[in-house]
Ligand binder design. Structure first.
Ligand code: BJW
Ligand code: ZN
Length: 247
């Protein structure tokens, strides 16, 4: 189904108080000015693919390079702020049960006011010691390169999930449960190519949820969705959520 019938259906389901799960990706924070992973970009880092930097092997080979990339991204995130799409997911909590499953590590959903957020790929503000395993929240921008553990002096790494690493089993289990139990799944700004996150769309669909995708172009999971809503999520998501609220 496509617009406008599909949009209306999604707005009506939300308005009727349906239980919602949202799966968000980098495209949701794009309108905040945070670069996506796979889009055309003109930054210093555009020549690197996520598969080149977001791996334990890359960090083992060149921790300084990987830390410089994360320090640059932490600076961008700290200087910008959540956008209208993040805010509309927070506002919908007034009327609907909602869990946000985010692949993003920027912390913007929490900053916008969402109270139930599952950080599927971790957080860029959490650091973990490679020696003693201690985890800390560290919001320094810039961060000293290379950062070291206050407890043991070991090398710290970003508390995120890299390729080849497992998702925190508790987060994975909760996410699968939310995808299976929701009545509406909102899939927002993700290329839908990184697993197991992308598989949550099939979980929701197979469990009978109405699946609505918000993206500027079709993604790897578009074949599984009931409704595709084209455009920037910062424009389309508030429109659908507010249409349901009669605003
Ligand atoms: C807009 C917009 C606007 C733009 N409005 N929209 C099954 C099949 C094949 C492979 C695998 C599989 N299962 C596992 C794998 C391997 C691998 C994987 O998926 N590889 C594929 C790439 C082929 N997965 C893993 O390794 C995962 N671990 C795992 O499976 O463990 C078990 C295991 C271990 C060992 C062997 C086998 C299994 C871990 C994946 C970790 C991903 N980590 C990263 C980095 C996180 C930290 C950080 O941020 O630095 O996560 S990579 C990067 O991709 C990041 C993102 O969360 C993730 C997804 O990206 P996302 O959000 O989709 O962003 P983009 O940029 O790709 O897309 C943006 C979208 O927005 C686009 O569609 C735009 O059109 C859209 N858009 N502007 C709306 N304004
Ligand atoms: Zn340590």
């Amino acid at each position: 189904m496509s617009e406008p019938d599909g949009s209306r259906l999604v707005a009506e389901r939300i308005a009727s108080g349906a239980k919602i799960a949202a799966l968000s990706g980098a495209g949701l924070s794009a309108a905040s000015g945070i670069p996506t992973f796979r889009g055309a970009q003109d930054s210093l880092w555009a020549r690197y693919r996520p598969e080149d930097l977001a791996t334990p092997q890359a960090f083992a080979e060149d921790p300084e390079l990987v830390w410089r990339w994360y320090d640059w991204r932490r600076g961008l995130i700290a200087a910008a702020k959540p956008n209208a799409a993040h805010r509309s997911l927070a506002e919908v909590e007034d009327r609907n049960p909602i869990t946000v499953i985010t692949q993003n590590v920027d912390g913007y959903h929490q900053r916008a006011g969402s109270s139930r957020v599952l950080e599927y790929h971790g957080s860029i503000w959490k650091l973990r010691c490679l020696e003693c395993g201690r985890e800390t929240i560290d919001e320094r921008v810039p961060i000293p390169i290379l950062p070291s553990c206050a407890a043991c002096g070991g090398l710290l790494r970003p508390g995120v999930v890299w390729f080849g690493e497992i998702i925190d089993p508790r987060v994975m289990e909760s996410s699968e449960r939310e995808a299976a139990d929701c009545e509406v799944l909102l899939v927002i700004g993700t290329a839908g190519v990184v697993y197991p996150a992308a598989g949550l769309v099939a979980v929701a669909r197979d469990s009978g949820a109405l699946v609505a995708e918000f993206n500027i172009e079709p993604s790897g999971v578009s074949r599984w969705v009931d409704v595709f809503i084209p455009g920037s999520a910062a424009d389309t998501l508030p429109r659908i959520v507010r249409a349901g609220a009669g605003r």
